[in-house]
Write a protein that binds this ligand. Structure first.
Ligand code: PHE
Length: 366
C-alpha cells in the first residue's frame, strides 16, 4: 500500500475510475477483521492522517470545477465501502479477508438418535397401537399388593422366588400388602388399570423393571418390559394366539413362525411361553437357538379368575362397582423383555452394551 496519495494526472472519468479502483483494492486488503476494527478505522477515517482525508486533500481540493462532481461521487462510494467494512468486518471484506479460512472443514451437526432400546420399545408399542391398544404406565416403586398379591402370588408363595425382588428398606412395620419394593415386572399395571377402568380394555404397558440378578451377558438388574392386556367379553385363547402371532411377524418378519408352550404364571391360566422360529437359521438349528430351531421370547396366558376377583374386591373397597365378573369377562395378558428382543433383532451378544454409553456401539443405530 502506498502511504502517500499520488497526484492525479488526469481528471477524465476512466482515469478517475482507475485511481479509485486502486484505493478500493487497498480497502479490501487492509479490511477490518474482528480484532483490528479500530486500527482499520483510524487508517482510513482518521481525522488528520486518515487516507480518506489525504485523498480529499490531494484530489478534491485541486480538482478543476467540472471534475468535482464525478470525483465526489467516487469519493462517497469509497467512503461507503469503508463504513460497510467497519459494520460487518470480515463479511464486507469479501473472500480476501483473513478472518475467513475457506479451506477449513465445515461445522458438522450430529443430531441425536433414539437409543436402540427405546427404538425397539417404541416399535413393539406401535405394533399394538395399530391393533387399537392404548398405552398405560405405572410406578417403578410398587407395593407388594400390586406386584404380587393381586396377581395371585400369596405371601410366601414359592412363585415369588422366580422374581428376585429388591425391597425398599424399613417397611417391616407396615401390613405386608403395603410394603414397598421395586417392581419386578410390568404386570402390576394390569391391576392398576383394571381398578381404574371398566372393561373393555386393550392396553400396552412399557416400562423399567428391577430384579436382584447379577449382571452377565444376558441379565441386568434393571431392564425393560412391554406388557399387554386385553379384557372384554368373549376373549379366547385363539385371540391371544392370533394377536401374538401377528405381533411377532410384525417385529421379526412375515416368515417367522410362533409356537405356544405350556408354562406357569400365578396370574394367568392357562399360561404359555411363546417361541418364534429361529431368525438366524430359519429353524434349522444353530448356536443362537441352542440347535432347537426355536427362540423363547415371551410369557402369556388367559387372565386368571383370581386376578379379576382381587381387582373387584379392591374396586369395592374404593367405593366402585365390581366390573370383572369371571363368568362374563375374560381376557389375556402377555409380557416381553425389550432387551432380549432388541438383542435378537440386531444380533447383540452382550446386554451390557445397551447401558455402557459407548458411542462406537450407539452410533451403529444412527
Ligand atoms: N410378568 C411376567 C414376567 O415378568 C410375564 C407375563 C406377563 C406372563 C403377562 C404372563 C402374562 O415374567
Amino acid at each position: 500500500m502506498n502511504d502517500t496519495i499520488p497526484q492525479l494526472a488526469a481528471f477524465d472519468e476512466p482515469s478517475l475510475d482507475a485511481a479509485f479502483a486502486t484505493l478500493a483494492e487497498e480497502v479490501c486488503q487492509t479490511s477490518a477483521t474482528l480484532n483490528d476494527v479500530e486500527a482499520f478505522r483510524l487508517q482510513w477515517l482518521g481525522r488528520k492522517q486518515g487516507r480518506l482525508k489525504l485523498v480529499s486533500d490531494a484530489w478534491l481540493k485541486s480538482a478543476p470545477a467540472e471534475a468535482r462532481k464525478p470525483l465526489g461521487i467516487r469519493f462517497n462510494q469509497l467512503k461507503q465501502q469503508i463504513e460497510a467494512a467497519l459494520e460487518a468486518p470480515a463479511v464486507a471484506a469479501g473472500p480476501k479477508a483473513a478472518a475467513i479460512d475457506f479451506t477449513l472443514p465445515g461445522t458438522t451437526h450430529t443430531p441425536g438418535i433414539q437409543h436402540p432400546l427405546l427404538k425397539t420399545m417404541h416399535e413393539i408399542v406401535a405394533v399394538f397401537h395399530q391393533l387399537g391398544y392404548s398405552t398405560n404406565l405405572g410406578p417403578q416403586v410398587e407395593s407388594d399388593f400390586y406386584n404380587f398379591e393381586a396377581l395371585n402370588f400369596p405371601p410366601n408363595h414359592p412363585a415369588r422366588d422366580t422374581q428376585d425382588t429388591l425391597v425398599i428398606a424399613e417397611q417391616q412395620s407396615r401390613p405386608s400388602r403395603d410394603r414397598l419394593l421395586m417392581r419386578t415386572h410390568t404386570s402390576p399395571v394390569q391391576i392398576r388399570s383394571m381398578i381404574a377402568q371398566e372393561p373393555p380394555l386393550r392396553l400396552v404397558i412399557p416400562g423399567k423393571v428391577h430384579r436382584n440378578d447379577a449382571a452377565d451377558a444376558t441379565h441386568s438388574p434393571i431392564f425393560h418390559q412391554v406388557e399387554g392386556l386385553c379384557v372384554d367379553t368373549n376373549i379366547t385363547f385363539s385371540d391371544l394366539k392370533g394377536t401374538l402371532d401377528h405381533a411377532m411377524k410384525a417385529l421379526f418378519g412375515a416368515s417367522v413362525k410362533t409356537r405356544f408352550f405350556p408354562s406357569f404364571f400365578p396370574f394367568t391360566e392357562p399360561s404359555a411361553d411363546v417361541q418364534i422360529s429361529c431368525i438366524f437359521c430359519s429353524g434349522k438349528g444353530c448356536r443362537k437357538c441352542k440347535h432347537s430351531g426355536w427362540i423363547e421370547l415371551l410369557g402369556c396366558g388367559m387372565v386368571d379368575p383370581a386376578v379379576f376377583a382381587a381387582v373387584d374386591e379392591r374396586r369395592v373397597e374404593l367405593g366402585k362397582q365390581p366390573a370383572y365378573q369371571a363368568d362374563r369377562i375374560t381376557g389375556f395378558a402377555f409380557g416381553m423383555g425389550v432387551e432380549r428382543i432388541a438383542m435378537i433383532q440386531h444380533g447383540i451378544s452382550d446386554i451390557g452394551h445397551f447401558y455402557s454409553g459407548d458411542m462406537r456401539f450407539l452410533e451403529q443405530f444412527a
